[in-house]
Design a protein around this ligand. Structure first.
Ligand code: 26Q
Length: 789
């Protein structure tokens, strides 16, 4: 490998070893690793063609993949070789790994799930393509200036992307606007504008390097070179316009993780990548099939939320306008290919487009959507409409065009049936099914936690990495005090490493023996970072009131970004940072309580924090978090959860056992009921002297002395419209935290509970989730013969 790296350095990067930078070395190593997997990748593609196996197409606006180098190394079993080669070349391996930018082509859970699914699809040997957008700028970079979030554009593509192959020959023309002509019963769309979608492929190789799939991301390019010949002087202006359109479409990821409705560019992005993907999969299908009616036997299209829901009308359009099918047959054929995953119940996150806007950008699609809506209405009189009050409702469109609709945890799926899609569920009672989310154990244990990985492998060998339920064998070790001590020691190693990193990046000294209490996720009112902070202040008050008591030392760690236009979320960040300044400087509590909030939380930071966590904060208002997947990563790495009965917490608790989980708070049903009671939050505040005191301190400017009114709005919100019931759950949360304090005092029993968490989390592998999709939705079987279970 050493020689291969030197060759790449010289002939691909044009550098000699004496003048190579860390970047050059990283690129040379990456290119060697990429070379190494090309054969597997080709073999897989060939095998998929050969057997005419059904292919899965995962359409997602987001792929939050993070760094890839460690996946590429460990999935191909090249760890020792790569380390030795870099050592022989005089390079520090970890420095090389950390030189790779974190590809943040996603906002949070939905995008990270897509990335975990790509890893599992490859590991299981299921022929699959991930389709998305090659954003030039991923999620913004966050910094804090005097405690406030600032956003800077992210620039992962300012360097060459090590893993991708550009495919200039794989290009599709994507139209926008214009008009539709009808003659002799046929419709034809004449777009007014168009851009080219160009494919960029990243190979995704599964565990043991047995199977490789493709992540195909589309960039938008101007069509100018196509049209130049026919251009007259006047058309040059039009050419300029399309060039500007092309440049903006794949420019930047929308940083909102709930719908910011009505943004024209967002709709164009959605159509752009969906249309390119549908054209691409049809071309592949037609290259070895004659009969378009066989499409559902060869193609399964999974819509990651409604963002690619225009896939339904687009497929129908191509079937009717280009392949000459009748509308009813086209709708039926499309439906047999399509399935839709719902990721949220929040009403503000359900996508709607004004009919006028959609009709202006996609006139033919609007006609087809009407036809779909009318035919569904004709078959099921009185059913909910796709078009309502002048809006196209993408959830209803996706539901009606899908043969299966899935929720992402057991609780969420039941709520989908009872709330957003209650009426459609009555009409199609077998369409909604559950597929509880999962996480890839390759990244979220094997890769990020070498200390624990090695301990497990010493006990079980390495087969657990692709068969995670084997972890249950560790249950037998709970009475083995030497093993429990080793388990505890692995956690300690990770905590020391994190303490050092926090010392460097946040300039805060923390005690590795304190409880590391971590909440990392997007900042959102429903996720209730605010409740966590209020509890921290209440604890601080009590430590100061009773310094003589034997307090369990804690480090409260926060991480997460707020959408740039979400002012309440930004206020919460500001308050956390303001509070940290006051509390961290307090000599009375200095050795017992610290708050740290490292800026720019991303996948790479998660890989650092999760292995070092003792306590995982999963405290959303019950009924609001569809699943959560961070919750799974923590429990797998031996953190105990403090959480509500929300999303996948419910199932995690069932698996790890209620005695190994700190439960608190109202249930989803109780939440709905409590919200109906007038003045519920004032009543809760009245009943809790502890909470009243904290809110008073914030209101008076105890944490913002330079600007004492800063948090009046925030405190007022809690009194008057505490939509997420922070006030109602506060006391139960505080008391449960104190139970956690006591439990942590016995390190041995804490470590045993932590071990039971790791041992019980096998079911939450995304391999299990993908097997579920393959069996219940896609009707396809893993291809990798070796991996067949
Ligand atoms: C839509 C239109 C316009 C602008 C933005 C959006 C948009 C973007 C991202 C809407 C929603 C999202 C992301 C949602 C998301 O991440 N949901 C999470 O999905 C996870 C995987 O299923 C779950 O575990 C989380 O509970 C859920 O919040």
């Amino acid at each position: 490998m050493k020689n291969e790296i030197l060759k790449r350095l010289r002939y691909s990067l044009g550098k000699d070893a004496d003048h190579a930078s860390v970047y050059d070395w990283r690129m040379a190593l990456s290119l060697v690793l990429r070379d190494h997997m090309v054969d597997t990748w080709f073999d897989s593609t060939r095998a998929a063609y050969g057997t005419s196996a059904k292919r899965v197409y995962y359409l997602s606006m987001e792929f939050l993949i993070g760094r890839l180098i460690e996946d590429m190394i460990s999935n191909q079993g090249l760890e020792t070789e790569a380390r030795n080669a870099m050592k022989a070349l005089g390079q520090d391996f970890d420095t090389i790994v950390h030189n790779e930018p974190d590809a943040a082509l996603g906002n949070g859970g939905l995008g990270r799930l897509a990335a975990c699914f790509m890893d599992s699809l490859a590991t299981l040997g299921i022929p699959a393509y991930g389709y998305g957008i090659r954003y030039e700028h991923g999620l913004f970079e966050q910094s804090f200036v005097e405690g406030e979030q600032m956003e800077k554009p992210e620039t992962w593509l300012s360097q060459r992307h090590a893993w991708e192959f550009e495919r200039p020959e794989v290009q599709y023309r994507i139209g926008f606007g214009g008009h539709v002509s009808h003659s002799e019963g046929r419709a034809k769309w004449h777009p007014g504008d168009s851009v080219l979608a160009t494919a960029h492929d990243t190979p995704i190789v599964g565990w043991k390097g047995v199977w490789g799939n493709t992540l195909r991301l589309w960039s938008a390019d101007p069509v100018r070179q196509f049209d130049l010949a026919s251009f007259n002087r006047g058309d040059y202006l039009a050419a300029g316009r399309s060039e500007a359109l092309a440049r903006t479409i794949s420019r930047v990821l929308y940083p909102d993780d709930t719908t910011e409705s009505g943004k024209e560019l967002r709709l164009k992005q959605e159509y752009f990548f969906t249309a390119a993907s549908i054209m691409d999969l049809l071309r592949r299908f037609l290259s070895d099939h004659d009969d378009i009616r066989a499409l559902p036997d060869a193609v399964a299209i999974q819509l990651n939320d409604t963002h690619p829901a225009i896939a339904g009308p687009e497929l129908v359009r191509l079937l009717v306008d280009e392949h000459g099918l009748e509308m009813p047959e086209a709708i039926d054929l499309a439906r047999r290919c399509l399935a839709y995953t719902n990721h949220t119940l929040l009403p503000e996150a359900l996508e709607r487009w004004h009919e006028g806007l959609l009709g202006r950008i996609l006139p033919r699609h609007l006609e087809i959507i009407r036809a779909i809506d009318d035919s569904h209405q004709a078959e099921h009189p009185g059913s909910p409409r796709i078009l309502e009050h002048g809006d196209v409702r993408m959830g209803e469109l996706a539901f009606i065009m899908a043969h299966k609709v899935n929720g992402v945890s057991a609780l969420h799926t039941e709520l989908v049936k009872e709330t957003v899609f209650a009426d459609l569920h009555r009409i199609h009672p077998t369409r909604i099914i559950n597929q509880t989310n999962g996480i890839t154990p390759r990244r979220w244990l094997y890769g990020c936690n070498p200390a624990l990985r090695n301990l497990i492998s010493e006990e079980l060998g390495e087969s657990w990495v692709s068969d995670l339920e084997q972890l249950s064998a560790l249950t037998d070790k709970r009475g083995d005090s030497a093993f429990v001590a080793d388990f505890h020691a692995a956690k300690r190693v990770n905590k020391v490493a994190l303490s050092n990193w926090i010392g460097q990046t946040c300039d805060v000294q923390i005690d590795p023996d304190a409880m590391f209490d971590v909440q990392i996720k997007r900042i959102h009112e429903y996720k209730r970072q605010l409740m966590n902070l209020l509890e921290t202040i209440a604890l601080w008050n009590e430590m100061r009131d009773h310094p003589e008591k034997d307090w369990t030392p804690r480090v409260k760690i926060f991480g997460g970004k707020a959408a740039p236009g979400y002012f309440m979320a930004k206020d919460i960040i500001h308050l956390i940072n303001d509070t940290a300044s006051v509390i961290n400087a307090d000599p009375v509590t200095r050795d017992r309580l610290k708050i740290v909030f490292p800026p720019n939380y991303n996948v790479t930071m998660a890989e650092r924090l999760i292995p070092a966590a003792d306590l995982s904060e999963q405290i959303s208002t019950a009924g609001k978090e569809a699943s959560g997947t961070g919750n799974m990563k923590f429990a797998l790495n031996g953190a105990l959860t403090i959480g509500t009965l929300d999303g996948a917490n419910v199932e995690i608790r069932e698996h790890v056992g209620s005695e190994n989980f700190f439960l608190f708070g109202l249930t989803a049903a109780e939440v709905m009921e409590r919200r109906q009671q007038p003045g519920f939050s004032r009543a809760a505040i009245e009943a809790s002297p502890r909470l009243r005191r904290v809110l008073g301190q914030i209101f008076e400017g105890r944490f913002s002395p330079q600007d004492p009114h800063r948090y009046h709005g925030l405190v007022g919100m809690l009194y008057d419209h505490d939509h997420f019931l922070v006030t109602c759950d506060f006391d139960s949360y505080f008391d449960t935290q104190r139970r956690a304090d006591i439990a942590f005092q016995s390190q041995q029993s804490w470590a045993t509970m932590a071990l039971m968490n790791t041992a019980s989390m096998g079911w939450f592998s995304s391999d299990r989730t993908i097997r579920g999709y393959a069996r219940d939705i896609w009707k396809t079987r893993p291809h990798g013969a070796l991996l067949e279970k």
